[in-house]
Design a protein around this ligand. Structure first.
Ligand code: AFP
Length: 348
């Protein structure tokens, strides 16, 4: 018997059937996103042949240079999602404020938060990049979505996922019932189920961090990374380093192979730690996915899914991946907080 071909739309619909009270709105919303991603994927694949490289000359709200492809991705998703009646408001990395649904279109019960093109500084080197999305159910009753609808904990997400524009284009998503991956079959233009129920190994053999920032790490991170690099055959050390510098690609590898991805805060000034990655549309969706795949995500002291957003573009430190590797990082943080000041180097 040939394997049935499960398109992402069919899969989303079948997930909805598991919830008899569902209105179909979430299904509608999730079925439109892949269409936008196919448009973005097409542009990304044309690379140097299309007039998409280079900056727009502007910086976005988080200070990153906006590239032409960032702008194309932002407009593509906005235009795909603004009129379906599923959403009451959107939030994007590329926009300082909430993005309202135009007055002429109906408002729905969901909030979409997204990073239209993460890792875009890698575009010109043909390195994998991606689109990340997170969906919340509104808490306000009707009309335009409010700030309160957007500033939520990751644990309240209804759905989350990403599109990976790599050697193949993929969507990986969850609605809270496992994690599934679909690969774009270019000959028919459909995302077909290729990764059934993804599970992250409980412990990995890779660590992923920008080692160039080592001088600005806090002490627990320094000790943890040193630990992973120290040889100990019994516990599978040393770990190997893998770092792309493109969150979706680094996360995708970590989700499938296990190990740990870290983006700790810059602690050059310990009184004012500066994390880089954004909570609502980068870190929280990845935390939901990894949790559904049996892994974990922490800030060092708190489960990422429990972090309450204070503003739209809040940043948080993140250590994410295999359950045991993340738990060990938390242990390093807890142990260090109990040490007297000026304690010596860890020798575990
Ligand atoms: P860009 O979108 O500007 O390329 O930033 C990518 C990113 O937000 C995330 O995708 C990476 O994990 C992280 O930055 C890489 O940051 P470093 O270059 O500081 O390692």
């Amino acid at each position: 018997m040939p394997r049935p071909m499960t398109t992402v739309q069919r899969h989303i619909l079948e997930q909805e059937r598991a919830h008899p009270q569902a209105t179909g709105d979430l299904t509608g919303l999730l079925c439109v996103l892949p269409i936008a991603a196919k448009v973005i994927s097409h542009q990304v694949n044309r690379g140097g042949l299309a007039d998409i490289f280079g900056g727009t000359g502007e910086a976005n709200v988080t200070g990153d240079l906006v590239r032409r492809l960032d702008r194309i991705a932002q407009d593509t998703i906005y235009r795909a999602m603004d009129h379906g009646g599923h959403l009451c408001v959107m939030v994007s990395e590329e926009s300082p404020d909430m993005i309202p649904i135009p007055a002429k279109f109906p408002k729905g019960q969901y909030v979409l938060l997204y990073d239209p093109l993460d890792g875009s500084s890698n575009i010109e080197a043909n390195v994998s990049i991606g689109t990340i999305f997170s969906v919340h159910r509104r808490i306000s009753s009707s009309g335009d979505g409010t700030l309160g609808d957007c500033l939520r904990k990751g644990s309240e997400q209804i759905a989350a996922g990403y599109f990976l524009y790599g050697s193949s284009t993929m969507i990986v998503y969850t609605t809270g019932n496992g994690v599934y991956g679909f690969t774009l079959e270019p000959s028919i233009g459909e995302f077909i189920l290729s990764h059934e129920r993804i599970l992250t190994p409980p412990k990995g053999k890779y660590y992923s961090i920008n080692e160039g920032n080592a001088a600005s790490w806090d002490e627990p991170t320094r000790r943890y990374v040193e630990h992973l690099k120290r040889k100990d055959v019994a516990t599978g050390r040393p770990y190997s380093l893998r770092y792309i510098g493109s969150l979706v690609a680094d996360f995708h590898r970590t989700l499938l192979y296990g190990g740990v991805f870290l983006y700790p805060a810059d602690c050059t000034n310990p009184q004012e730690p500066k994390p880089k990655l954004r909570l609502l549309y980068e870190v929280a969706p990845m935390a939901f996915l990894v949790d559904q795949a049996g892994g974990a995500a922490t800030t060092g002291t708190q489960n990422v899914l429990d972090v309450q957003a204070g503003s739209l573009h809040d940043r948080v430190p993140v250590i994410i991946g295999s359950r045991e590797d993340v738990a060990l990082y938390e242990k390093f943080c807890a142990d260090f907080s109990r040490l007297p000041a000026n304690a010596g180097t860890d020798t575990r």
